[in-house]
Design a protein around this ligand. Structure first.
Ligand code: AMP
Length: 287
């Protein structure tokens, strides 16, 4: 059966109301579209746990900075809908920015109620180079939760900081759902799937491969007993292609989000880089 494509909040709410009346378990997979196998893995997981699955496809203007790629972000709704059909999603919710934020709103926190994650969670990693990004993410995710009222929402570990922030928000604000983290899906050569990979030229794609290579090198050294993060940092950097500009490579406790100097079990090793104009992130969890 094919999914229904809905563009309006009221239409979604009315289906959700019916599903709630029928006591069905609802799963939400929030995305920005240009769906790939990483997104597909989230939808499959949602299908395995829920009676009904909503996939949202929304390039959220509020989470992009003024010099970022909001305008050029790939928009492939027909293909996305097709994949959602194949995977058995029930609703593809693809609202316009106007539907989500209204006509006259200037999309700043002088006009709009924002959900602001705690400073300690945003003043680091991606939050440092993308001021306001996680306020935008937390705000749109809260809106989606309010519209869809899911029992479960599915997020990829690929966006590790986002996952931390959403889990924290759900806990701190007593939101009535469970967040289900899903592992990173990679190309066969190791590159983490990302909608932004489509920006890469062939040459840049080759350079990008060194991101996962650097992370796998850290994993190998860790398995051989190296736990000092400064040694791991240096060896990873040596594996990065010369054309890559490093934004950060950080080691954090995967449960507390605290920075660590020595790896213990469950350490998130996260990297962000720029290749030409394209910004990419990746991570591994050392267990
Ligand atoms: P995006 O469309 O990039 O906002 O991503 C939507 C969701 O898909 C987020 O929860 C991401 O973490 C997740 N996601 C993106 N890429 C991957 C991947 N390669 N593997 C698993 N999940 C992913």
């Amino acid at each position: 059966m094919s999914a229904i494509l809905l563009n309006h909040i009221d239409e979604v709410k009315s289906d959700i109301k019916q599903w709630k009346n029928d006591n069905l378990k609802i799963g939400l997979v929030p995305t920005m579209g240009a769906l790939h196998s990483g997104h597909a893995s989230l939808i499959k997981k949602a299908k395995s746990m829920c009676d009904r699955v909503v996939v949202s496809v929304f390039v959220n203007p509020v989470q992009f900075g003024p010099n970022e790629d909001y305008d050029k972000y790939p928009r492939t709704i027909e293909k996305d809908k097709h994949l959602c059909d194949e995977l058995g999603a029930d609703i593809v919710f693809a609202p316009s920015a106007k539907e989500m934020y209204g006509e006259n709103v200037k999309l700043s926190n002088t006009d709009l109620t924002f959900v602001c994650p705690p400073y300690n969670y945003i003043d680091c990693m991606c939050g440092k180079s993308r001021p306001g990004h996680f306020d935008g993410v937390a705000t749109v995710v809260t809106k989606l939760f309010n519209i869809v009222q899911p029992d479960f929402a599915f997020f990829g570990q690929k966006d590790a900081q986002q996952l931390f922030i959403i889990k924290k928000m759900v806990k701190d604000l007593n939101m009535n759902l469970e967040i289900i983290p899903c592992p990173i899906v990679r190309e066969t050569d190791g590159l983490a799937l990302s909608s932004r990979n489509s920006y890469l030229s062939l040459d840049e794609r080759k350079s990008a491969l060194s991101i996962s290579k650097a992370l796998f090198e850290i994993e190998k050294l860790y398995k051989n007993g190296v736990t000092d993060t400064s040694i791991l940092f240096d060896s990873a950097i040596a594996h990065l292609d010369k054309k890559i500009e490093l934004e950060y490579l950080e080691f954090r406790n995967f449960d507390t989000f605290q920075k660590v100097d020595e790896i213990s079990k469950n350490t998130l090793t996260a990297i962000a880089v720029k290749i030409g104009k394209t910004r990419l992130i990746d991570n591994i969890i050392l267990r």
